[in-house]
Design a protein around this ligand. Structure first.
Ligand code: S3P
Length: 433
């Protein structure tokens, strides 16, 4: 079984996890794919190593930062100093840049003839450099422009293409056919009133692109960045799995309507802070909150340790199943804090995944043990080596957590307020689409 993750700027690439999840289709039991929220490349890298993640699809703003963490760089990554796909193979970490295929695939799909095409790339960051490199490699005439001239100059030098200053854009536009924008809306360098029907505008920034309407107004052709996203995902998927993806399933993500907001379920090993974080998150979201263990205790008029000691773990799981089903059936959205073992019943875990946005709070078993009173945890209390027992239990459950989660949040730092805020930001982004 293999774990994959996607990591990076939550706003720019929030659809990527679904892209891959859809393509896995019937092979779902072999793979788990989820979004990994992180504040830095090194944080995401550490979690990948901890969990034995097999590959990640990296999004802005971490595409350059992962290069120095990798042991093998593809020739394109060496030239461009940015990557979007990482494979972990034993101690080796291999970095690739499939955004090159993303750019070319999108333009080919739009039937733009590339050989000899006069292109202006706005931005010399990782997306800009990659677009310029891709276009140059197929014989287009490429010019890079960037607010900071030196950045444009050094990018152009590494790719062997041209560069101009931001002040020169307006005068340059009449000789340009394709404009690739990699700079987000408000900072855009483009004098939009100078766009004309001779221009095709390919916007890498697909989240709330302002250029769609502008292109319409100016009578020029518009190509959405979604196609870039799709076409980079295809070779990344192949690298992850060794097989070709179901491209039509991937494509469907762009036409699918997001269902209305649903429950939010927190899962994760005992001690990751689910019960503390759920009420904080619920308050931020203005939703009611509920804790499955508390519900079970109320139903049975006994504590969880008493239930497990007197009636057995199977009885407890039955109660848990009934409670989770009942909570998920409620029409009002809730923030649900789930007991750490909820994912051990696979049908229940799948039901959870289909009815809630599932957030996996992750901390290593040793960090978890520091936070809990082992004596009050029935699955660990009788163990002579609680740490070993917890590590063993986590190893057995890891894939089930990954398979159930939409999103992983690092809960290693014991700061419930900060973690709640992170979840809130991510949930907001996921529900915006
Ligand atoms: C369990 C975790 C506990 C509780 C029960 C079983 C588990 O919840 O549901 O003791 O199997 O991991 P917490 O994760 O809230 O401790």
């Amino acid at each position: 079984m293999k774990l994959f993750a996607v990591t990076g700027n939550p706003i720019a690439h929030s659809k990527s996890p679904e892209l891959f999840a859809l393509a896995y289709g019937t092979a779902q039991e072999q793979f788990a794919y989820f979004r990994l929220a992180a504040d830095s490349a090194s944080e995401a890298f550490g979690i990948c190593k901890d969990l034995g993640i097999r590959g990640i699809n990296i999004t802005a703003p971490f595409k350059s930062d992962f290069v120095s963490l990798s042991t093998h760089l593809s020739p394109e990554v060496q030239t461009l100093s940015c990557c979007n796909t990482l494979l972990f193979e034993g101690d080796e970490v291999k970095a690739y840049n499939t955004d090159i295929e993303g750019v070319l695939g999108a333009l080919r799909q739009a039937e733009v003839p590339l050989d000899g095409l006069s292109c202006l790339v706005l931005g010399a960051g990782s997306a800009g450099r990659t677009a310029a490199y891709a276009l140059h490699s197929v014989g287009a005439k490429v010019t890079i422009v960037n607010r900071t001239l030196e950045k444009a100059q050094s990018a152009a030098q590494s790719i062997a293409c041209l560069h101009i200053s931001a002040q020169e854009i307006e005068g340059y536009l009449p000789q340009v056919e394709l404009i690739v924008n990699t700079i987000s809306g408000e900072q855009s360098l483009l004098p939009t009133q100078s766009l004309s029907p001779q221009h095709t505008l390919f916007d890498a920034v697909y989240h709330q692109s302002s250029f769609r309407d502008i292109s319409k107004q100016q009578g020029c052709r518009y190509i959405a960045g979604n196609y870039w996203l799709l076409h980079q995902a295809i070779p990344s998927f192949r690298r992850f799995t060794g097989v070709a993806p179901d491209v039509e399933a991937m494509r469907a993500i762009f036409t699918e309507r997001k269902s209305s907001p649903r429950h939010i379920a927190l899962i994760g090993f005992m001690g990751t802070g689910k019960s503390t974080i759920a009420p904080l998150l619920a308050q931020m979201l203005g939703l009611p909150t509920v804790d499955t263990d508390v519900e079970i205790e109320q139903r049975c008029a006994m504590t969880v340790p008493e239930i497990i000691a007197q009636r057995g773990i199977t009885y407890f799981r039955q109660q848990e199943q009934a409670v989770v089903h009942e909570l998920l059936a409620r029409s009002e959205s809730h923030v649900i804090s789930c007991g750490g073992g909820v994912i051990t019943q696979s049908a229940l875990a799948q039901r959870l995944k289909s009815s809630a946005t599932v957030v996996w709070l992750y901390a290593s078993p040793s960090v978890c043990l520091e936070r809990i009173n082992v004596a009050t945890r029935p699955l660990l209390a009788q163990q002579s080596e609680p740490l070993q027992a917890a590590q063993q239990l986590f190893a057995e459950r890891k894939f089930a957590y990954a398979h159930t989660a939409h999103l992983l949040i690092n809960a290693s730092v014991n700061n419930p307020q900060v973690i709640s805020q992170k979840i809130y930001d991510q949930i907001h982004t996921l529900h915006q689409h």
